[in-house]
Design a protein around this ligand. Sequence first.
Ligand code: NAP
Length: 246
Amino acid sequence: MNDRVALVTGGSRGIGRAICLALAKRGAKVVACARDGDALKEVTDEARSRELAGEIDPRVLDLNDREAIDPFVSGVIDDYDRIDILINNAGITRDGLLASMGDDEFDEVLTTNLRSVFWLTRAVCPTMVWRRWGRIVNIGSVSGVMGLAGQANYAASKAGLIGLSKTLAKELGKRKITCNVVAPGFITTDMISGLPDDLVKSFKQMIPLGRFGEVEEVAETAVFLASDVASYITGQVIVVDGGMHM
Ligand code: NAP
């Protein structure tokens, strides 16, 4: 991936951080974005201290700020000439049963997890179309595939991401641009760190592999889909969940 320029959202923590490091390990130039600039700089420092072949350029962006997205993408293209790989990873949860879910909790999740993907992908696509090559990997969730109680907002956003991704695969395939979804199950990150012990226990009983996943296990799947060797895979949802949904 030496010549590849990648943009990864939510690169400061969890799965996004692991994706940035996995891409940099293979030599990619990675632009990592999130709201927390200090956390992003730590990822850059880790890539340097591990002497990875590529580099990680930390850039602050709030994906909920629609007006910031087009100038942000233009800035990256001005500096790197192109974006070859787009990993839409950033996401949030605001869980609660539908009956008590407020409009703000629904809207916030839909904006961060879905609307921002539409805004960012629309801004990035022209450079991929122009160069007749691109890889778009969207990080979904098993919740968007099977539904999970307490996640009406989140499941809707992730199911929407699948529809968006399949449509993009059809619209962009002739330009050698692929678009796929990686749908993780339970992965050990900040996002699920607040789960009560009894829920953790019962969720693990639903997983044939008997454990939660690690961020690297999702990152490697995303990097595979972003690589040259995944050239004939598009419009797919790859579930990385230890067999929970099948
Ligand atoms: P995480 O540890 O909570 O990290 C979320 C990342 O998204 C952070 O880097 C965060 O950075 C960024 N982010 C959140 N809101 C943002 C905004 N408005 N603008 C820019 N960046 C924003 O989550 P994770 O577990 O790694 O999840 C990564 C992806 O995997 C998400 O799409 C999530 O839905 C999906 N997923 C996770 C699991 C799981 O079990 N962990 C399961 C299924 C799917 P800042 O806070 O600094 O902005």
